[in-house]
Design a protein around this ligand. Structure first.
Ligand code: ZN
Length: 198
């Protein structure tokens, strides 16, 4: 039975389709939004459409950025011959927060998962292979230590090896199945320092 107006029901439906938002939270958010001043609601919807329409993938590393090249790829102070491969932009942010990594990144936007039907062609591997044609000394594979992350790491190692470029894997101080973004800086740096040759 419909207790609410159709508009409210629709809003609740849209909100509850978001990750981590259950039916109850969606209802609370919907009623909160309705009680907000109109200009605040507009600021919220503008931020959402603005982000969706204007954010793009960096031409080099594929991270989400406002410009053609992200600030990291643009920076002359970074070592462009060292590429750390991560699953997503949140993982990149986790390593950036340590302030101790001076190389550049490559963001895959996912990991290979035969179970979910995600193959090598579904993540940004082609773009990585193309970058290897340039001047690269080392590829550091920093995918998660989940089954998907390990599968992806092995796949990348096989791609990089024939080029003769050094390929390393961050140490498994990172808890199995753990997302890099949830791991503290000390553990991240230890994982980076303890990386091993593949
Ligand atoms: Zn970039």
């Amino acid at each position: 039975m419909d207790y609410y107006s159709r508009q409210i029901t629709k809003l609740i439906e849209e909100l509850s389709a978001l990750p981590g938002v259950g039916r109850k939270s969606a209802q609370r958010l919907a009623f909160h939004i309705i009680s907000m001043p109109e200009e605040r609601v507009k600021a919220l919807t503008d931020a959402m459409t603005g982000a969706k329409q204007n954010i793009r993938y960096c031409r080099e590393c594929q991270t989400l950025t406002d410009d053609e090249l992200c600030p990291i790829c643009k920076s002359a102070a970074r070592d462009h011959r060292q590429i750390m491969v991560v699953e997503n932009t949140r993982d990149l942010a986790a390593y950036e927060k340590t302030g101790k990594y001076n190389g550049v990144y490559h963001v895959l936007h996912g990991a290979i998962s035969p179970m979910l039907g995600i193959g090598p062609g579904d993540i940004r591997l082609k773009e990585l292979v193309k970058r290897l044609e340039g001047d690269v000394d080392e590829v550091i594979i920093a995918t998660n230590s989940s089954l998907e992350g390990e599968t992806t790491a092995m796949y990348i190692a096989k791609l990089v090896k024939p080029t003769g470029i050094r390929v390393t894997r961050i140490a498994s101080g990172v808890p199995v199945g753990g997302d890099l973004e949830n791991i503290d800086e000390v553990t991240l740096l230890r994982a980076l320092d303890g990386r091993t040759e593949l």
